[in-house]
Write a protein that binds this ligand. Structure first.
Ligand code: GLN
Ligand code: ZN
Length: 756
């Protein structure tokens, strides 16, 4: 029984790679120093894996910017605009990823998008109709030699050709991406041959698209690719992850690959089918340790599920994490401030390797003293968890009634009540919540965190910022104000810190893209809200003006999606608990005199499962969690929601079911095209289609805004429309925001004359 690692995080347990990259980009260190840091990280990470008993060490999981980009470079698929005379080198990669490099030749960065349903973003390969593939970058081969020179058995890990093609984008003249498959397979053959020449025994080719419901031509591409590739010399481990591939069972089991990896964390039920059809020589790598979450595995339970397979397959069974550990924080050992009861429940990338080893002990020496102590550890952990349950929260969820998910009356009734109460003009103007997080504000926060400012001093300064933000909005003549969110570092962290059942790490960073990392909260227990979270700031801001100031909250689905959530209860149930906590806050805001409350759900769409056939179930519970958070108020309280995208074609029914009185969305970049979903659906509630692309430093002109809103009014009745930016303004400067909002208000006045 071998232990297999699909990939280790490269960022470093103290984010060493991030800091070295950023120093290099700023010109503070030489490239040789960056290379030194990266070499040290690879060496450490391989050593950790080897020390844990991992036999097959991944090479190719390290990347300076993104592993998909490294592969594009290896295959010579780098956009013309980023190339330089000296061929493809490290700076070329930075130009593709960032649009610039420390050394000249700037050009717009390549597109970046989320890798399947993870929070990792890859650089989208750009392929043209006449794309030529050829080995053009040596990093992967160099790293294989590097690992071998350190005495390791290197197993190169790269994205397989069909997923690579699927994730890429066709540029230039229109063409069918699959027409490039034959050339791409040839290029992969060359890559595999190079590995073979280096003495590599196993190569892991990742085909995560297998978890999707693929069209028949893509299924055929898989067959074609692997029939050809499997005939070359290194053995191929075909890896799937992020979901079940049982729907492609026939296709996959017919492939002549030497090994197959299955994600049994997301889809344990697919094991039996694949075991049944395994070839007599084929290896099965079982992904049983969750590569995407932070909780210690239930090793005793996993072992009992694997017992018979382990007996049957013997040496042909490999134990593995479900997917690359890229999505997991690096090392729990560096956490010094975690509550012991929480720390006990956790396992980060380095600890997950040890879990593989413990699992092997349970499977091969079940009666040893070591095995017994592993089982006791698992039991102790479950006991601790059971004892920590918050019975009040559990009872409250159990007692929920249908009625608690519904507002008192239908939208049309509420709309009339709200119109009478707020008397807003036609096309009311508002913003999405945050105003510029200036260096001064960030400085305040860091001084307070370091203890250089007392909480009282910090709050006093923030009150001044908030007052200034309100005054500026009054001067701009915006109708529905916001307090500006100056006190919030992050829209999830701010709430997570105040919710019970949610914890934080010091170093639990996970790479999001390039050098960017996020540190998601840990939802470890039953979630509740012990005390009000936002009332003071909302009341303070509202006290400064007669105009309505929106209360600003993050919704349950977004808090769940942007956290590491516990796995002993369903995501639906966690969302329900968070929904109740937010509901308490919504009701308190209403009681404090805040009549308009926004519950942001920017991650609502991200939560959609990989398979379309699973969508409806997700949408049902996600909509319910939102409704639960929103429905505790009277008809007069106006509930807004915000989503920073506008692809609603397939989810519009669910969006309507959320029944927010007003939804604000991003529409400026698509020139209102994406409002069509609302038009076709006859969306009944009010909508604020964004007219200001806040991702750009450019100021939208009055004319542009007028024409955008005229377009919007041709799709949605004008009485239903609001005018607002696409998203929060925290990343912009006041110098950019103020003129943009001046134009927004000016345009609104013109539109009111035209359209009323
Ligand atoms: N209210 C938040 C803000 O304005 C919304 C952010 C978001 O949609 N991501 O910053
Ligand atoms: Zn947004």
């Amino acid at each position: 029984m071998q232990l297999n690692s699909l990939g280790f995080p490269r960022i470093g347990r103290l984010r060493e790679l991030k800091f070295a990259l950023e120093k290099y980009w700023r010109g503070e260190i030489e490239q040789s120093q960056l290379l030194e840091v990266s070499k040290g990280l690879r060496q450490t990470h391989w050593q950790w894996q080897a020390d844990a008993g991992v036999n097959l060490l991944p090479v190719g999981d390290f990347a300076f910017y993104d592993q998909v980009l490294t592969l594009s470079a290896t295959l010579g698929a780098i956009p013309e605009r980023h190339r330089s005379d000296s061929g493809i080198d490290l700076d070329t990669l930075f130009r593709v990823g960032r649009g610039r490099a420390p050394t000249g030749n700037d050009a717009p960065a390549a597109e970046m998008t989320k890798f399947f349903n993870t929070n990792y973003h890859y650089i989208v390969p750009e392929l043209s109709a006449h794309q030529v593939f050829d080995i053009a970058y040596e990093q992967l081969f160099d790293e294989v030699s590097e690992a071998q020179n350190l005495g390791h058995q290197a197993k190169p890990v790269i994205l397989g050709p069909v997923s690579f093609l699927y994730l890429s984008k066709a540029v230039g003249t229109e063409f069918d991406k699959l027409s490039l498959l034959p050339q791409l397979i040839e290029a992969y053959q060359k890559v595999l041959q190079r590995f073979a020449d280096q003495g590599v025994e196993w190569v892991q080719l990742d085909e995560p698209i297998l978890a999707l419901e693929l069209e028949s031509d893509w299924q055929a591409a898989i067959t074609q690719a692997y029939q050809i590739l499997a005939s070359s010399s290194p053995k191929l481990l075909l890896a799937s992850y992020y979901g079940s591939i049982a729907h492609h069972h026939q296709l996959v089991s017919a492939l002549p690959v030497a090994g197959l990896h299955l994600d049994l964390v997301t889809a344990p039920e697919q094991l039996a089918d694949f075991v049944a059809t395994l070839d007599p020589e084929q290896i099965l790598s079982v992904g049983v340790i969750n590569g995407r979450n932070v909780w210690a595995a239930e090793l005793d339970q996993i072992a009992s599920q694997l017992t018979s397979v382990a007996r049957d397959l013997k040496q042909r069974l490999w134990l593995s994490p479900s997917c690359s550990l890229l999505h997991s924080p690096v090392d729990l050992e560096v956490e010094t401030e975690l509550a012991p009861a929480l720390k006990l429940q956790l396992s980060f990338a380095k600890q997950k390797l040890t879990e593989l080893n413990k699992l092997k002990v349970l499977l091969t020496e079940a009666n040893s003293a070591e095995a017994h102590s592993i089982v006791s550890e698992c039991e102790a952990r479950r006991d601790a968890r059971a004892k920590a349950a918050n019975q009040a929260v559990i009872d409250r969820v159990d007692a929920l009634t249908e009625q608690e998910y519904q507002r008192d009356d239908a939208f049309s009734v509420r709309q009339a009540v709200q119109r009478a109460k707020y008397r807003l003009p036609l096309l009311p103007t508002t913003t999405i919540g945050s105003f510029p997080q200036t260096p001064a504000i960030r400085g305040l926060r860091s001084r307070w965190r370091k203890g250089e400012l007392s909480l009282e001093q910090y709050n006093e300064q923030l009150r001044q910022v908030t007052q200034d933000t309100v005054e500026r909005q009054l001067k701009l003549d915006i109708d529905v104000l916001v307090h500006g969110e100056a006190e919030r570092n992050d829209m999830v962290e701010y709430f997570g810190e105040q919710l019970e059942g949610v914890g934080f790490t010091q170093f639990g960073w996970v790479q999001s893209y390039g050098s960017r990392c996020v540190k998601p909260p840990l939802i470890y227990g039953d979630v509740s809200r012990p005390t009000a979270m936002t009332i003071d700031w909302a009341e303070f801001a509202q006290s400064l003006t007669e105009k309505p100031v929106k209360g600003m909250l993050t919704g349950p689905v977004t808090i769940l999606h942007w956290s590491f959530a516990r796995e002993d209860i369903s995501r639906e149930l966690i969302a329900t608990q968070i929904g109740l906590a937010i509901r308490d806050e919504v009701v308190d805001l209403q009681n404090a005199g805040i009549g308009i409350i926004q519950i942001d759900e920017p991650a609502f769409r991200e939560g959609l499962p990989l398979k379309k056939s699973d969508w409806q179930h997700y949408l049902d519970w996600a909509v319910n969690a939102f409704k639960l958070s929103a429905a505790g108020v009277t008809n007069a309280t106006q509930i807004h929601t915000h989503m920073c995208y506008s692809e609603f074609n397939e989810t519009i029914a669910a969006i309507a079911a959320m029944d927010a009185d007003v939804i604000t969305i991003e529409t400026s970049r698509s020139r209102m095209e994406l409002l069509n979903a609302f038009e076709d659906f006859n969306y009944p509630n009010e909508i604020g289609p964004g007219v200001y692309d806040i991702h750009s430093p450019n100021t939208p002109t009055v004319d542009e805004i007028v024409s955008l809103m005229q377009k919007a009014a041709s799709k949605v009745p004008v009485e239903q429309l609001w005018i607002n930016p696409d998203c929060g303004l925290k990343t912009r400067t006041w110098d950019e925001v103020e003129p943009a909002l001046v134009n927004l208000v000016e345009a609104t006045k013109i539109l009111r004359r035209q359209l009323s």
